[in-house]
Design a binder for this molecule. Structure first.
Ligand code: BMA
Length: 818
């Protein structure tokens, strides 16, 4: 087997135009135009608005290449296009190979007899996606699927048509690799790697399909190298079996982040003649079992991910494409986002259905980091065509992507779509008297309750299929049920309810809920000029896509905080508001982990610079929410369920063994005067919530002193303070805060910066920053009770020193915001 890449530098022009520019493959027209200086940065200001023409234009890609003689020597040569976005005509040396219409499919053409020695020409002509969808939408209007209507007519990422966190610049281009693949005698047309655990051993086996055009004595080889380098191998004659297995005696199990390690086994699968490989594949897998436990109980039916027999509380977020133009996502950004997730103790990401079946490197990283993946099929919030051709196209797309991703250890489940069952049941899509509408509903039923589960059962029987997120798994019945299945809860935010509403919710699994914040000021500066630094300026509103989202933020902000003194303070308050709201919800659901089995925060990341629900912004910067997540997703979580004057202290544990600790608490004034204190030993039960103590301060906290009195709870192990929590008896805005006179002492120890921050009186939501450096601190936006010192760490930025850091260090807290 031989390969020759045709990725790299190509020529691009408007169809009919005579000027070519160079552009990368994988890539897209917009980023090529940007690199060539032909368009302004679409993410800056409102430049986006001038650029719709790009998606209304036909484009042509072209490159010359000389086939490697070794490739030409093989018996069969295929031209393989991993991804064409989307309406493409592919030509090789002038011969039309195909018209394609699905960006999620790989297309492969046998081209041996079209190739010649020396110069060859490949051309791909793309039709304007918007011209197509606009026309189709006129012929048959479809509900939803993005801000620009008509998207569902085309198998192109729904978010390309605009979402409530993204721009509207539908990309065009060769968005994945292009190459020649050449084989002689035979090749593996399908490789299915599976594993089964029994009696403490794991059997790993491979099932292959072989395309052979000559006869011969061929062998299938499966070779597995353990994390310690131990090699096991099985070779079978293909005539006898298309399957080979290896039994692993002492398997090193793979665990989700926080539950154990992620040892990985290297797997080689080869089709051999003698010692020569006709075809081969390499995989990296972890050994684990995965199931979703749905058991009847007093509340209905559970929805719990169980790994290696251990029920997991899923802590995570929803993932969207990491750049609107996905072809320019660097390895560094991709890995940085996943590393940040792990640092915040996340163990699951849901790849949301309005985006992509992600690239292989995404799942490889999730395998390495211990992140379980909930994978949606790529359909979101819209009604889709129901004709035969559309369904056949989707079926092929599903088979290809299921086969591509099924071996990944991180893959936990397949899910039909995002919120479309809710559309049919709750959003008024269903019109019983309208025949056309009922035809589309039947199409939905066929696709998500028959076709896709059948594709999964046939191609990936080891993974679970779930029809929609959110769903109760009963077709067209109570998709938002709290008795069974997963839930999306949007009454806080879209419904304007206060954060306290979260405590009224007990879903079996919370797969979406969220609250917006502005991105950090440093990020705002990359798209808005100083004259636009006002939340309701035209540019700030252009970078807000959730209707009157800025108003929603301000509304909740005034429930919680005082009016900010300036724009920088408003940015800061928006971030801590988001962090506080989500903390309030997650702590409640974790305390109720016997009933609620996971929380996925909408959303982890951004695809451009925008006000959004994300905890990490477009550049991967940590918003206050991400630091809060690091605290509220701790395996051992201290939380306080505060109800007026009653404080109920809990320790919630995701650890697999009982853990002894000490809870110390104080009722104190903002200046540190202690009114009452106590201590309580606790043995935190494994994989459970343990209530520690419930205290009612009705006698001590009155309307006269509640604005200067707080409750501090601390979790200790021996003389080590693990964490502390400040709870209030009045709203933050009504606290009688005084200047905490924050002092920061900075020093360096072996490349680590240590910041010791001291507060004279209570300092809330202390924000540390180092001007000119993008630091991730070990903690930030934390509270410091009166007289205490909190130490946090960060890595010394390259080419900086202690002195420079000291001069550039800034600190503020809630008191400075008004
Ligand atoms: C959820 C998601 C997205 C959306 C988000 C915020 O429903 O599925 O469609 O971006 O809400 O509105």
């Amino acid at each position: 087997m031989r390969e020759q890449s045709l990725s790299g530098s190509w020529h691009i022009r408007q169809v009919g135009g005579d000027e070519w520019i160079t552009g990368a493959v994988p890539g897209d027209v917009h980023t090529a135009l940007l690199a060539a200086g032909r368009i302004p940065d679409p993410y800056v200001g409102d430049n986006e608005k001038q650029l719709l023409w790009v998606s209304e234009t036909d484009w042509e890609y072209r490159r010359m290449f000389t086939p490697d003689p070794l490739v030409l020597n093989e018996e069969k040569v295929y031209l393989v296009c991993d991804g064409l976005d989307t309406l493409a005509d592919v030509y090789l040396n002038g011969k039309h190979l195909a018209h394609t219409d699905n960006m999620y499919r790989q297309y492969s053409f046998e081209v041996k007899n079209l190739l010649k020695e020396g110069e060859n020409e490949i051309r791909v002509v793309f039709g304007a996606p918007l011209t197509f969808t606009n026309q189709k939408q006129k012929e048959m209007p479809m509900i939803g699927g993005g801000d620009i209507l008509g998207g569902p007519h085309l198998r192109k990422a729904p978010y390309h048509f605009g979402w409530d966190w993204g721009p509207r610049l539908p990309p065009i281009g060769i968005w994945k690799d292009v190459r020649l693949e050449a084989y002689s005698a035979a090749r593996m047309s399908d490789v299915h790697l599976r594993q089964k655990s029994e009696n403490g051993k794991v059997t790993v086996w491979v099932e292959v399909e072989i395309a052979e055009w000559t006869t011969g004595d061929r062998k299938l080889q499966l070779r597995i190298t353990s994390p310690d380098g131990e090699v096991q191998e099985t070779v079978v004659s293909v005539k006898e079996s298309k399957s080979a297995a290896v039994e692993i005696e002492n398997p090193q199990l793979w665990w989700p982040n926080g539950y154990g390690e992620q040892p990985l086994y290297q797997v080689e699968v080869a089709l051999l003649v003698g010692r020569k490989a006709l075809d081969q594949r390499h995989y990296q897998i972890g050994l684990r079992t995965v199931e979703i436990r749905q058991q009847p109980d007093q509340w209905g039916e559970s929805f719990t991910f169980v790994i290696n027999g251990v029920p997991i509380f899923a802590k995570g977020a929803d993932w969207i494409p990491a750049d609107y133009f996905t072809t320019r996502i660097s390895d560094e950004l991709m890995e940085g986002l996943l590393r940040s997730s792990v640092q915040a103790h996340m163990n699951m990401l849901r790849v949301w259905g309005g985006g992509l079946y992600e690239e292989d490197r995404f799942y490889d990283l999730c395998d390495r980091y211990g992140i379980l993946v909930w994978q949606d099929f790529t359909f979101a919030c819209g009604i889709y065509p129901a004709d035969e051709a559309f369904h056949a196209n989707v079926r092929e797309e599903a088979i290809q992507n299921v086969r591509r991703l099924r071996h990944h250890t991180s893959l936990a489940m397949w899910c039909g779509n995002n919120e479309m069952e809710q559309g049919w049941v709750e959003w008024g899509w269903n019109k019983p008297q309208d025949a056309d509408n009922q035809r589309l509903k039947a199409g939905y039923d066929r696709m998500f309750h028959h076709m896709l589960p059948e594709v999964v059962a046939a191609n990936d029987p080891d993974h679970f299929y779930w029809p929609s997120s959110a769903s109760s798994n009963i077709a067209f019945s109570e998709p938002s049920s709290q008795a069974r299945g997963d839930c999306h809860y949007w009454d806080v935010w879209h419904g304007r309810k206060p954060f306290t509403a979260y405590r009224s919710q007990f879903p079996r699994f919370m797969s979406e809920f969220g609250f917006q914040a502005l991105p950090p000021f440093e990020t705002i500066k990359t798209f808005a000029e100083p004259k636009d630094w006002n939340m309701t300026s035209y540019i700030m509103e252009h970078h807000q896509r959730s209707g009157s989202g800025n108003g929603l933020m301000i509304g909740q902000m005034t429930d919680t905080f005082r009016m900010p003194r300036d724009f920088a303070s408003l940015v800061y308050l928006s971030m801590i508001l988001q962090a506080e709201g989500i903390r309030y919800g997650v702590e409640h659901w974790r305390r109720n982990m016997n009933r609620v089995s996971g929380t996925l925060i909408w959303q982890l990341n951004d695809c451009w610079q925008v006000a959004s629900w994300a905890s990490l912004d477009y550049f991967g910067r940590w918003k206050a929410l991400h630091y809060a997540a690091k605290r509220f997703y701790e395996p051992l979580m201290l939380s306080v369920e505060d109800t007026n004057t009653v404080m109920a202290v809990h320790v919630t544990s995701d650890l697999m063994t009982a853990t002894k600790a000490q809870v110390k608490w104080r009722l104190e004034e903002l200046d540190g005067k202690v009114l009452e204190q106590g201590e309580q030993a606790v043995t935190a039960a494994p994989l459970a919530d343990t209530p520690v103590v419930t205290l009612d301060f009705a006698a001590k906290v009155t309307d006269a002193n509640k604005r200067r009195t707080i409750f501090v709870a601390e979790l200790w192990q021996g003389d080590r303070l693990l964490t502390s929590k400040v709870s209030l008896f009045a709203a933050n805005k009504h606290l009688e805060l005084v200047d905490p006179e924050l002092k920061v002492v900075v020093h360096e120890e072996q490349g680590q910066l240590i910041f010791e921050v001291t507060a004279k009186t209570l300092a809330r939501f202390v924000e540390l920053s180092v001007e000119g450096a993008d630091l991730v601190f070990s903690d930030n936006y934390f509270d410091i009770p009166a007289g205490q010192t909190v130490s946090v760490m960060a890595t010394m930025p390259r080419r900086w020193n202690e002195n420079r850091v000291r001069k550039a260090t800034r600190v503020r807290s809630l008191y400075q915001s008004y």
